[in-house]
Design a binder for this molecule. Structure first.
Ligand SMILES: Nc1ncnc2c1ncn2[C@@H]1O[C@H](COP(=O)(O)OP(=O)(O)OP(=O)(O)O)[C@@H](O)[C@H]1O
Ligand SMILES: [Mg+2]
Length: 250
């Protein structure tokens, strides 16, 4: 049996009172339930981001003010999650948004928290799929799991094709997490107004309250930089795209 992270129960999630011969919920029980529900959700750091760390590039090359905010968040992670405080990275393509968000998710997973990691297009696809499976139950189970997890990390908000149905599902997940005080972390290329147009005002308004001001990441696309640097003499770094071969039409 697992041990109690709060050192209160015997690992069962219940505290027994010998005198009254009754049991009550231990403080660790909500986390246990969230973890059980999260088991069927994706919580995998993609291989490209697996080695990310505060003391190595590319994180050491990202805007120091933003990295400092992220470090403060990670240093107080259990408290932030228990208060339902999330993070929001907003900015240009290829500036480190997903890198920093993955750094946070990796720290949360290492700390034993339940995390679900999805790009929004994938998450919405999953909702549609589970709806198409025919049973209302499978959709509501999925929404229930996405609501219970301690940290919901949604990457690439704004890149998805939307429909009123899909937006309503997204709203119900965000709203349920808002009401329960559970953290959301997101990355997006969109500014506030276009984001509202893309995913709806009510959803964005809740996200703003849960995540605070977006952490801005702007500048040139670092992916392009790597591509330009690559030559035949230097092997490509992991994940880089090869330069367009000379002589071929663009
Ligand atoms: N400031 C930076 N300095 C150096 N390399 C960086 C920086 N930001 C990102 N990179 C590198 O650029 C690539 C893209 O980073 P990342 O996926 O975090 O970008 P993103 O902001 O999420 O982009 P997108 O908006 O396209 O999703 C990665 O290989 C990452 O290591
Ligand atoms: Mg990204």
């Amino acid at each position: 049996m697992t041990t109690c992270p709060d050192h209160r129960c015997d690992g069962s999630g219940f505290v027994f009172d010998e005198r009254t011969r009754s049991a009550r919920d231990c403080s660790c029980r909500p986390r246990r339930i969230a973890k059980r529900k999260a088991r069927q959700l994706a919580a995998v750091i993609p291989s490209r981001y697996r080695g990310v760390s505060f003391d190595r590039p590319p994180v050491t090359q990202i805007d120091r003010h933003v990295v400092d905010e992220v470090r403060r968040y990670v240093d107080t992670l259990p408290d932030q999650l228990s208060r339902g405080r999330g993070l929001w990275f907003q900015g240009d393509v290829g500036t480190g948004k997903t890198t920093l968000a993955m750094l946070v998710s990796a720290a949360a997973l290492r700390g034993g928290h339940s995390v679900a990691i999805y790009s929004l297009p994938r998450l919405l696809g999953l909702l549609r799929e589970s709806f198409n499976e025919g049973s209302e139950a499978s959709l509501s189970e999925l929404i229930d799991r996405l609501t219970a997890v301690e940290l919901l990390h949604v990457d690439d908000v704004g890149a998805e094709k939307t429909s009123p149905w899909v937006l309503e599902q997204l709203y119900s997940i965000v709203n349920a997490r808002y009401e329960d005080g559970r953290a959301v972390m997101l990355t997006t290329n969109l500014e506030h107004k276009p984001l509202e147009e893309q995913i709806g005002e009510r959803t964005v308004s809740r996200l703003v309250e849960m995540c605070g001001d977006p952490l801005p990441l702007h500048g040139k696309d670092r992916r392009v930089e790597y591509r330009v640097e690559a030559t035949e003499d230097r092997p490509l770094r992991y994940g880089e795209q090869a330069p367009w071969p000379a002589g071929l039409p663009n």
